[in-house]
Design a protein around this ligand. Structure first.
Ligand SMILES: [Fe+2]
Length: 162
């Protein structure tokens, strides 16, 4: 029966992941899969989402090491999940990705948006510096991230006033 076919699940982050996260395994194994250039992209992405769901500092730092991957698509996906995880431990790596002018524009865009999503205001000077980047995708992402940080601060302020 068609209704019994497995369907992609909505993650705890509210997104349907392009590859379903591995459920069984451990950080070291998933980290190895992410970095293994011989694995199919589908499997490497499954490991990325498994690490995201694991959500520890260890998993976050393992994802940061995944930026050594040769695939810009995978690096972009890693930046995206680091934004979902909202762990400030990823910030030094995300700043490096944004600052690297040899990095793919899609990865730099996602790194900037992840920096906004994490919510730590220490990144504001870096985002401001790149908000005039010659690449519009980079510049616009930095402006969006700055606006998000400002919006969150206003919301927190309004909350405290209540
Ligand atoms: Fe994106």
């Amino acid at each position: 029966m068609a209704g019994d076919a497995p369907r992609p699940q909505v993650s705890e982050y509210g997104s349907v992941d392009p590859a379903p996260p591995e459920v069984l395994g451990e950080v070291a194994t998933w980290s190895g899969t992410v970095s293994d250039e011989n694995q199919p992209m589908f499997q490497r992405m499954r490991a990325v989402f498994a690490l995201r769901n694991q959500s520890s500092d260890e998993a976050c730092l393992a994802l940061c090491r995944g930026f050594s991957s040769g695939s810009a698509l995978l690096r972009h996906e890693i930046a995206y999940v680091l934004g979902q995880m909202q762990n400030p431990a990823a910030l030094p790596t995300l700043i490096q990705r944004l600052e690297d002018e040899h990095e793919h524009v899609m990865v730099r865009h996602e790194a900037a948006e992840a920096m906004g999503a994490i919510g730590d205001r220490s990144v504001i000077p870096v985002l401001e510096r790149f908000s005039n980047d010659p690449l519009p995708e980079v510049a616009e992402s930095c402006v969006v991230a700055l606006d998000l940080l400002a919006w969150v601060q206003r919301a927190e302020f309004a909350d405290a006033e209540r």
